[in-house]
Ligand binder design. Structure first.
Ligand SMILES: [Zn+2]
Length: 308
């Protein structure tokens, strides 16, 4: 980041983004979205980037990333950390297709990475854990790692893995994120998608902070949250690890396990664009890592089963 861009440039991006968000929501609201699951028209195929393996699962399945844009600031969208949350993988693919058709609207400073599935083995079985029964959002070297984990089903013996980063999937993503950070010299933003958080979904601030995530929540219509995850105790999570290593991260819990409609996916694309533009306007903003655990996740006290 040169730090020499003037406010006028940023204001122009804000105006552009605001216009795009309006267009996206208008199209989505009219039910006319077409970028998601529908096949591309023969006369205008969508050109997608080649997938790049960042590592391999326990059973040898590739964990791939797609890159759009060539700017120095990495922004990473991760789906299917839990294999039972297949709609997050679908959504990341929907977002990839969308942004591939609107590439010219990306801020030039950004490289946008899409990792549809961190847990391809679990996904192949429709199971939360990886092939060794480890929860890939409890296996990070976050300072509070524990060998046993907890989730909506209760305590899971060995769910945290044999040691922090004992699993090839978490180790691969952590090393890849470090490589992005070190190569770019920029703050890395990471969005982790999960499901499900009924009835309306939630956006958890993480180290990105509410100034980033509240606008996101507003666009998608989910509840913004900060603070601790109260549904059950969690340890060894990716967001905590990110916060300790200067990465700006936040989590989005979809309301349920159903695939998103075109219109719903368009709202997420608009929300991501709002984050990109917001961060563009605040190049000197630093990660809130110093606040440690205080920001950590949140939950509503409700009778709904939360499976994030
Ligand atoms: Zn999850």
């Amino acid at each position: 980041m040169t730090g020499t861009r003037g406010y006028g440039h940023r204001a122009a991006w804000l105006t552009l983004a605001s216009a795009l968000v309006g267009i996206l929501l208008l199209v989505g609201g009219a039910g006319g979205g077409s970028f998601a699951a529908k096949p591309a028209k023969a006369e205008s195929p969508i050109t997608l980037p080649e997938p790049e393996p960042i590592g391999y699962s326990v059973e040898g399945r590739p964990i791939v990333a797609f890159r759009l844009g060539s700017g120095p600031r990495p922004v990473v969208i991760v789906g299917a950390i839990h294999g039972s949350e297949g709609n997050t993988e679908t959504l990341v693919h929907q977002l990839l297709r969308h942004f591939a058709t609107t590439l010219h609207l990306l801020p030039p400073e950004v490289s946008l990475y899409f990792l549809p599935a961190l847990n391809p083995d679990g996904l192949s079985r429709g199971e939360r854990y990886n092939a060794r029964g480890v929860d890939l959002n409890r296996n990070w070297d976050s300072g509070d790692w524990q060998p046993d984990s907890r989730d909506a089903s209760g305590r899971v013996a060995g769910g945290g893995g044999a040691a922090p980063f004992s699993e090839p999937e978490t180790k691969a993503l952590a090393e890849w994120l470090f490589a992005q950070r070190d190569a770019s010299g920029q703050r890395v933003t990471v969005l982790f998608y999960h499901s499900a958080y009924p009835p309306n979904g939630v956006v958890m601030s993480g180290s990105a902070g509410p100034s980033v995530t509240h606008p996101f929540a507003r666009v998608v219509g989910y509840r913004p949250a900060s603070g601790r995850w109260e549904a059950y105790p969690v340890t060894g999570t990716a967001p905590i690890w990110c916060s300790h290593h200067g990465l700006s991260c936040f989590e989005v819990e979809l309301p349920d396990h159903r695939p998103l409609s075109d219109a719903q996916a368009q709202r997420h694309a608009a929300a991501i664009l709002s984050v990109l533009v917001w961060e563009q306007t605040r190049p000197d903003q630093r990660c809130f890592a110093e606040t440690g655990f205080a920001w950590r996740v949140a939950s509503v006290r409700s009778g709904n089963r939360v499976e994030g």
